[in-house]
Design a protein around this ligand. Structure first.
Ligand code: HEC
Length: 114
């Protein structure tokens, strides 16, 4: 019986530690809604045209190092037709919102190389 309060106390402390760690983790990646690793996986198709290095090759624009919100907005503008490009439109149409955010997180994390 005497063990109980100690156990409870330890539990509270552990929970507290997790909450602190959790909020630190959150604030560090607060701009990041997407899953970067998933984005990298999904990016395989994109990088057949867009350069991972951020170089513009063959008139294909660079898409690395962008703020994620901007990346998502541009992707959606192709889907909604605000931007007209047949290639990008059909590509974006294959992805749901989570996947677009994952792509945004991944490409946003890449640094353009000079
Ligand atoms: C077949 C080649 C090709 C593939 C594959 C491709 N893109 Fe594109 N992408 C283009 C072209 C061409 C443009 C320029 C379109 C335009 O003029 O609006 C473009 C434009 C973009 C832009 C806007 C760039 C800017 O500067 O405004 C983004 C963001 C983008 N693509 C993301 C992606 C992502 C993410 C993928 C993979 C899911 C992908 N693209 C796959 C050819 C491609």
């Amino acid at each position: 019986m005497t063990q109980r309060p100690v156990l409870l106390c330890a539990l509270t402390l552990t929970l507290g530690a997790f909450m602190v760690l959790g909020s630190v983790g959150l604030s560090r990646s607060s701009a990041s809604k997407g899953d970067k690793a998933f984005g990298e996986y999904l990016s395989a198709e994109c990088v057949t045209c867009h350069q991972k290095s951020g170089k513009v090759v063959g008139g294909i624009p660079a898409i690395v190092g962008w703020p994620e919100d901007q990346f998502v907005a541009v992707m959606l503008s192709y889907r909604e037709g605000a931007r007209e490009n047949q290639v990008m439109r059909s590509i974006v149409g294959k992805f749901n919102h989570d996947e677009i955010e994952a792509l945004a997180a991944y490409f946003g994390s890449l640094k353009p190389q000079k």
